[in-house]
Design a protein around this ligand. Structure first.
Ligand code: MG
Ligand code: MG
Length: 313
């Protein structure tokens, strides 16, 4: 109920096309920047990060995947695969999404999560595009690639947004906890795109906690967040709400270590939508893999163009 009221409030707010595009591109490039920055310290503890880098705040590549400086990982690559499938079909269609993920896996990606590999393998074996519900599927692999859904369903009825979210998520991950957390991230990005402020985003996080109390993020500081979406989002919410810039929020979350490329990617998409493209530090933009950066910019604009919000303008 709260979410419906919020959407109604924001759709009436001033939001020029240029400002909206800057936030959409900021979200997509912000996600890639977060992925590339965080990947260097993925699976390190905050203490190990501190010993190696002091504060990790510059693009340098390396990490357990031995990445080039500015290189992105599966978080960005799967988002681009999903976005391309949506653009080719003109809608979120499960078969096209599953085929795109399968094609991506064929390209021998630098990194792939266990649940993602299992879902794609199932699709190849049986043609199924929707995994059965499983409590162990609450990993962050569906959330990290959810940005194209937020962009292409902007302005859609909230039940359609939720349906599109499930369609893409369930190709590999199907759990009530995961669906609720991922849908909240989609809604936070959409609220920020439409001019919502930090108060709106906190309201959405609180609505998630009311629905799924596991997500309570106001207790212990979340360090070393693992691949469980609950841990990932606790770290993301704490970092987002404790800071007031894109740069500050991203540095705060990746220095917590753990699944840092994914906390970076999710924080980056929300903060990019909130603060806009111009808030992303230049030193990160120039270091970001150029091909990925161009693909992110192009997809952000194209996905936004097909959204109900823009089509009805
Ligand atoms: Mg990754
Ligand atoms: Mg990761």
């Amino acid at each position: 109920m709260f979410v419906l009221e919020l959407t109604a409030d924001l759709s009436g707010s001033e939001c020029s096309a240029d400002a909206l595009q800057a936030r959409a591109v900021g979200a997509y490039v912000g996600m890639a920047v977060g992925d590339a920055l965080g990947a260097t310290v993925e699976f390190l503890t905050p203490r190990e990060i501190h010993e190696q880098f002091g504060i990790h705040q510059d693009m340098r590549g390396g990490g357990w995947l031995r990445l080039r400086k500015g290189q992105v990982t599966d978080d960005t690559e799967m988002s681009l695969a999903l976005g391309a499938a949506i653009l080719a079909e003109g809608r979120v269609e499960a078969g096209a999404v599953a085929a795109a993920f399968s094609e991506w896996m064929r390209g021998k990606p630098v990194d792939i999560g266990h649940t993602v590999r299992r879902g794609i393998s199932q699709y190849r074996l049986t043609g199924t595009t929707q995994m059965p519900e499983n409590d162990y599927d609450a990993g962050n692999g569906a959330c990290m690639r959810s940005l194209p859904i937020a962009l292409c369903t902007l302005g859609a009825d909230s039940s359609l947004v939720a349906q599109a979210n499930r369609t893409q998520s369930h190709t590999t991950h199907h759990s009530a906890v995961g669906d609720a957390g991922t849908l909240t991230v989609v809604r936070m990005v959409q609220a920020a795109l439409l001019g919502g402020d930090m108060g709106h985003l906190k309201g959405l996080a609180e609505a998630l906690v009311a629905e799924q109390p596991l997500y309570r993020y106001d207790r212990r500081r979340m360090e070393n967040p693992g691949g469980f979406l609950v841990e990932t989002l606790k770290a993301v919410f704490q970092a987002l709400f404790a800071t007031d810039t894109f740069e500050g929020a991203l540095i705060e979350v990746v220095n917590r270590g753990g699944d840092a490329d994914t906390t970076g990617a999710i924080l980056g998409m929300i903060a990019g939508a909130l603060y806009g493209y111009d808030a992303i530090p230049r030193r990160w933009l120039t270091a970001l893999d150029a091909k990925a950066a161009t693909a992110c910019r192009d997809q952000a604009r194209a996905l936004l163009r097909m959204s109900p919000h823009c089509l009805t303008k």
